[in-house]
Write a protein that binds this ligand. Sequence first.
Ligand code: CUA
Length: 156
Amino acid sequence: MHIHKYEKIWLWSGAVCLTIFLLIVGVSAFAMGNQPPSHMETIDPEKAAVTAPFDKPGLNKIGDKEYEAVMLAQAFTYTPSKMKVPLGSTVHFKVTSTDVVHGFEIPSTNVNMMITPGYVSEITHTFDKPGKYLILCNEYCGAGHQLMAVTLEVTL
Ligand code: CUA
């Protein structure tokens, strides 16, 4: 079969462009160790509940209006299930999962992360409005997924 010379050139240049593109994407995505910044710390999910600081989940005061919320996500709740901080508090959430992938979202804030077993996810938020904030799971995790929510109360 005869292929026109220009057609051959275009076919080859297309293949070369595609190869270069895939190489760039592949190298930048995997070879340089790029990972989401919130997923830097690792943990054994089966031992998460007995590994510090997750063996004592809860709210720890670490400064003036500054707290660390150590939380465990498991089907189908979070531990602790209730927290209370004064208005204007900055909360550093440190969350891991003991089983499957869960979500961690606080509607009306920018808090939204994925909780992957084996990793510690961290996010910080300052609560400038009083009220009851819902912390909920936005990753389908099983039959009780829609029940997976706890509250954080910001008091005046
Ligand atoms: Cu946990 Cu959905």
